[in-house]
Design a protein around this ligand. Structure first.
Ligand code: NAP
Length: 291
């Protein structure tokens, strides 16, 4: 009999993450959800159990703005399970019109949307390598195309901050990070792990609801909402990447509507991609040493 597959989904207390968890629970995956608020995460866990009829649902909590919490989340998963087939880096979002840094000194958009998936993925690589087919799925956004405006001498936008650009940049760098890691793994001869990124579509979730983006953006956000996908529809490409046979050997790609799509290459160069990889590595290595 085939062994039950384990999936870990960050930010699964609501929206696209919870919809993904419910579907994979119905498909008899062992589902570990993550949330930052314990009460909300326990409630989501119980809801997923009750809707799916699957009792193999567990949770891990942690604030992914903080790399110290990312480390604890990874350690909890390794200590308790020491196995993982699918990692879905879903937690993320857009921040407020005023720039903020975390207690560890990182711009908040970059921390949760890029550095947390980078560190969590790297800390969980060894357990993923034990899987016959390990899949890493990074939830990006077409905002990488619409809003990114990176400054390579000001990655965390100390002097050039606006929330849309910060979000677009982080999601652009997440696509580069996915592709870079995919190539690294291939170079190391690791053929059982794939890394892909995707855009879920414009989805009616809590995304941006509590962010103060400033007058006009807040207004247009509310206006467009009735035309958005449902969370279940928004989860479709993630579920496809998590389960479909035909993508089990496809890696380093960007998907939309369950199809490979070319991401925007406007700011891409090999040097820029390497620069972002080094930024993620140096930032997280330094913080890990201080822990
Ligand atoms: N909705 C869209 O139109 C859209 C479009 C493109 C991409 N995306 C991406 O899709 C992903 C899922 O978003 P969603 O639309 O489902 O939004 P959502 O309803 O706001 O869900 C986001 C999830 O991430 C969690 N999260 C946020 N910040 C966190 C932190 N610091 N630490 C731990 N968890 C944190 C949230 O936890 P709480 O419940 O505690 O807030 C929630 O579970 C995000 O990466 C988003 O950027 C969304």
């Amino acid at each position: 009999m085939e062994q039950q597959k384990t999936v870990f989904i960050t930010g699964a207390t609501g929206g696209i993450g919870k919809a993904t968890a419910i579907t994979l629970a119905k498909q008899q995956y062992y589902v570990i959800i993550h949330g930052r608020n314990k009460e909300k995460t326990v409630a989501a866990c119980e809801e997923i159990k009750s809707i799916s009829g699957n009792e193999n649902i567990d949770y891990i909590t942690g604030d992914l703005l903080l790399m110290s919490d990312v480390k604890k989340v990874a350690e909890t998963l390794i200590n308790k399970y020491n196995r993982l087939d699918v990692l879905i880096n879903n937690a993320g979002g857009i921040m407020d019109k005023d720039r903020k840094e975390t207690a560890e000194g990182i711009e908040t958009t970059m921390a949760v949307n890029l550095l947390a998936p980078f560190l969590l993925t790297n800390l969980l690589l060894d357990v993923l390598k034990k899987s016959e087919v390990g899949r890493i799925i990074n939830v990006s956004s077409n905002s990488h195309q619409l809003n990114a405006k990176p400054y390579f001498n000001d990655i965390e936008l100390k002097s050039n901050y606006n929330p849309l650009a910060a979000y677009g940049n982080a999601k652009l760098f997440l696509i580069w990070m996915s592709r870079y890691l995919s190539n690294e793994l291939k170079d190391q001869g690791c053929e059982n792990i794939t890394v892909n990124a995707l855009h879920p579509g414009a989805v009616a979730t809590n995304f941006g609801v509590n962010s103060n983006l400033g007058g006009l953006l807040n207004f247009f956000g509310k206006l467009a909402r009735p035309f958005f996908k449902t969370p279940q529809e928004g989860a479709e490409t993630i579920i496809y990447l998590a389960v479909a046979e035909e993508v089990k050997s496809i890696s380093g790609k960007y998907f939309e509507n369950k199809k490979i799509k070319a991401p925007s290459e406007k700011y891409y160069s090999k040097q820029n991609e390497q620069f972002i990889w080094n930024y993620c590595k140096e930032k997280t290595d330094k913080l890990m040493k201080e822990m």
